[in-house]
Design a protein around this ligand. Structure first.
Ligand SMILES: Nc1ncnc2c1ncn2[C@@H]1O[C@H](COP(=O)(O)OP(=O)(O)O)[C@@H](O)[C@H]1O
Ligand SMILES: [Mg+2]
Length: 353
């Protein structure tokens, strides 16, 4: 599903930028503040509906303008798909082919996009919610009915919590919660097994030691959800909130036997997080033939020389379209005819190779 063409209008310093990326890899280089990260944000927006730098899409609108738009063309199984995301005074406008898209999920399904950027260590250091989002997004792409089960679970959970808060009986909600929660749990467990297989060798390549993941369902191990919910009912009624379930799940990550949240450095956390993202791409590729699009923002600024070489070596064999930025013009072997674009101060983009 390579991205064939992109047009960005009025997004941060990018007034009007158009380019056609290579199906394998494309490089952008240029000075600080030129607009390289903004380019990646624009691509990310098409598949995720938001930026990876801010929660507020309005901040992406170019100062002095009242809207931005990003338009992309993709090739999906030989068919051209057209995606558009715009934000203006009337809010977010999502387009898929020639129609208004009902939700971001429709665009996301067509364009799985991943990013390795300076804040990815949050995936390791951050809250379980950060890791659940990573996981849910992966499951959403490989399991057709997952979004429906997940939405059903969130809805019943909200209803059960409201009943708990107002001191009402929750038995009306329990069977629905158990049914949706069990669907969410089994889909996530299945996915974490695929992710775990795909991680094979990545820890060794990036950090010299095996990297392992496992899934914590959100209740005590060895119990099923029905039993865990029953055992927690008294506490739930006392405090007015549901204490167990997929909304309390976590992805456990181990490097060797070390706890990656507390026992490794920030730089190593970045590599661990990159490893998880690369594994997710491999897992997608097994399922769908392609791992999607990977954006890599200025890896040289974040990693020491040896870690950078290890990362680039893994990227070489990765089944994903890659778009990589950096301060310096990359030195590529002559046999590789990947395009290189220079991003000039002010966001003008020129192909230099
Ligand atoms: N809303 C905005 N309107 C106009 N310019 C912006 C806006 N937000 C950020 N910028 C500017 O866009 C430039 C591009 O930043 P960035 O993409 O981070 O560059 P790079 O990644 O190349 O260092 C910065 O100079 C920044 O000041
Ligand atoms: Mg940048």
């Amino acid at each position: 599903m390579p991205l064939k063409h992109l047009r960005i209008t009025n997004l941060r310093c990018l007034t009007e930028v158009e380019f056609s990326p290579h199906p394998n890899r494309t490089y952008f280089f240029g000075p600080n503040g030129a607009g390289k990260t903004s380019l990646l944000e624009a691509i990310y927006l098409l598949g995720r509906g938001r930026s990876f730098r801010t929660r507020y899409n309005r901040r992406l609108i170019q100062r002095g303008q009242d809207c931005f738009s990003v338009y992309g063309e993709l090739q999906q199984n030989g068919v051209k798909r057209r995606l558009g995301v715009g934000l203006g005074p009337k809010g977010l406008n999502l387009r898929l082919d020639s129609e208004t898209a009902p939700s971001m999920a429709a665009l996301a399904k067509v364009m799985p996009v991943h990013v390795i950027e300076p804040n990815i260590h949050r995936l390791i250091e951050g809250s379980p919610g950060d890791r659940r989002r990573f996981l849910d997004w992966g499951v959403f792409h490989v399991e057709h009915n997952y979004l429906e089960a997940w939405r059903r679970y969130r809805r019943v959970l909200g209803q059960r919590n409201a009943a708990l808060k107002s001191g009402q009986s929750v038995s009306a909600w329990d069977s629905g919660l158990i049914s949706a929660g069990t669907d969410v749990d089994s889909a996530r467990k299945y996915y974490v097994e695929r992710l775990s297989d795909a991680l094979c060798g990545i820890g060794e390549s990036l950090l010299g030691t095996p990297l392992k993941v496992s899934y914590n369902s959100g209740w005590q191990e060895g119990k099923d959800f029905t039993k865990a919910l029953e055992d927690s009912k008294k506490r739930d009624l006392n405090i007015g909130v549901t204490h167990v379930g997929p909304h309390r799940a976590d992805l456990r990550v181990k490097l060797d036997s070390r706890n990656v949240r507390e026992e490794i450095s920030r730089g190593q956390q970045k590599l661990v997080a990159a490893g998880l993202i690369l594994a997710q791409i491999r897992a997608f590729a097994v399922n769908q033939g392609s791992g999607g699009i990977l954006l890599v923002d200025d890896p040289a600024a974040e990693l020491d020389q040896s870690s950078l070489s290890s990362l680039l070596a893994v990227l070489d064999g990765l089944p994903a379209q890659q778009i990589i930025t950096g301060l310096q013009r990359p030195i590529l072997p002559t046999k590789l005819n990947y395009p290189v674009f220079h991003v000039e101060q002010g966001g003008a983009v020129k192909m230099v190779q």
